[in-house]
Design a binder for this molecule. Structure first.
Ligand code: PMP
Length: 401
């Protein structure tokens, strides 16, 4: 609080705009941390939310179920590849990943495999801020390094991207696979770790290694899920089916918190037992909140009725065309685009707060972090709004940040 610049006071949101209490309006390049995929305040989500609010905002999900949660689960399982069909609801991305980790550990315990309790994840990765998820993030991750030594220890290695890292990965697995229950990875894009992209072949390599070594593969699609990388789910581009997938962020179209951990049938079957202790040991109070599930169902309606994947393809073209000129600006290290994600990587941003302020002066809401300036707009953004964002990036970076 002592060092951060004062936050802006938001009054209302509409489409790709955030209006401040002082009357200024900013074009949003972040879509509320990658959640508001249909733009803010979409009338269909609002109508479904209002309707659910009148009937049943919440009811406990222990010993009781309800239509919004059941419908959402069957729709998710129909959309997801393979037999990813068992849905466990929580209320945030971090908790969804914690549940995936716990599921992978208890999967072994229920089968009498007591030595396979470790998780294997990758440098550059980010999976949440809770204690267990911090332990599978990149250990150098800016927000977490203070806790090194306190967090449970896990294995964090390099992604097998090329021959050398693939050999190192294989050697590591030969030595340690017997202690590991699952591999955890963000498919195609490591988001909060620096918007680092990798090829679908890397994911196929991980699926193959997991199969050979008897490991589960957990894909964290909290950022990439629901169209962000150009397909509904990033794993489709690698044509692989993970054993467990985590979803959140755009799940409710950015309206309200909800997350899901979805498992394949064989994972579920390890918990289906006459022994009550084999049940998954987790039960959050607001699990499957009906209001949140209704918003998520409304968001899925929009993916069916509005041309989201076409819009994403169009955004992709515009981002490529309009960010490419940044490549020759001073201090720019790389420009990359995937789906509706546009990234300008700088050598270094000396003062990210000053850079944010410059963007606000330009009438745009863009939140650089570390050495990354990025756009993850709503899929409904207009070409003019998108040009306002890319134009501001080019103008501001031209001034030498
Ligand atoms: N996994 C990924 C890939 C994420 O991007 C995030 C959030 N940035 C999380 C997990 C954690 O989600 P939450 O902030 O909702 O806890």
């Amino acid at each position: 609080m002592k060092t951060a610049p004062a936050p802006l006071a938001a009054r209302s949101t509409q489409g790709s705009h955030i209006t401040l209490t002082d009357g200024r309006s900013l074009v949003d390049g972040v879509a509320a941390w990658w959640t508001a995929c249909h733009g803010y305040n979409h009338p269909h989500i609002r109508a479904c939310a209002e309707d659910q609010l009148k009937r049943m905002p919440h009811v406990m999900f222990g010993g009781m179920v309800h239509e919004p949660a059941l419908r959402l689960a069957s729709r998710l399982s129909a959309m997801l590849p393979g037999d990813l069909e068992r849905v466990f609801y929580t209320d945030s991305g971090s908790v969804a990943v914690e549940v995936a980790m716990k599921m992978a550990i208890q999967y072994r315990l229920n089968r009498g495999e007591t030595n396979r309790t470790k998780l294997l994840s990758f440098r550059g990765g980010y999976h949440g801020d809770t204690l267990a998820t911090m332990a599978i993030c990149d250990p150098e991750e800016g927000m977490h390094h203070l806790f090194a030594g306190i967090m449970p220890s896990q294995y964090v290695v390099d992604l097998p991207r090329d021959n050398a890292s693939t050999s190192a990965f294989e050697a590591f697995l030969n030595e340690h696979a017997h202690e590991i229950t699952a591999i955890v990875v963000e498919p195609l894009v490591q988001g909060a770790g620096g918007m680092l992209f990798h090829d679908p072949a890397v994911l196929r390599r991980l699926r193959d290694a997991a199969d050979r070594h008897g490991l589960l593969l957990i894909l964290d699609e909290i950022f990439t899920g629901f169209g962000r990388t150009g397909t509904m789910f990033a794993c489709e581009q690698a044509d692989i089916v993970p054993d467990i997938i985590t979803l959140s962020k755009a799940l409710t179209g950015g309206t309200v918190a909800l997350a899901a951990t979805v498992a394949r049938r064989h994972v579920y079957e390890a918990f289906l037992s006459d022994n009550p202790e084999h049940a998954l040991m987790h039960g959050p109070t607001f699990m499957a909140n009906p209001f949140a599930c209704a918003c998520a169902n409304a968001s899925l309606d929009l993916f069916e009725t509005e041309p989201r994947l076409e819009q994403i393809a169009q955004i992709n073209l515009l981002l490529r065309e309009q960010l490419e000129p940044c490549r020759t600006l001073p201090g720019v290290k790389d420009v990359r685009v995937l789906g509706a994600i546009g990234v300008v990587e700088m050598e270094k941003i000396a003062d990210p707060a000053a850079l944010r302020t410059r963007f606000i002066e330009e009438g745009v809401w863009i939140r650089p972090f570390r050495n990354i300036v990025y756009l993850t707009p709503a899929f409904t953004i207009t070409p003019d709004e998108l040009s306002a964002l890319t134009g501001a990036i080019h103008r501001v970076l031209s001034q030498g940040f």
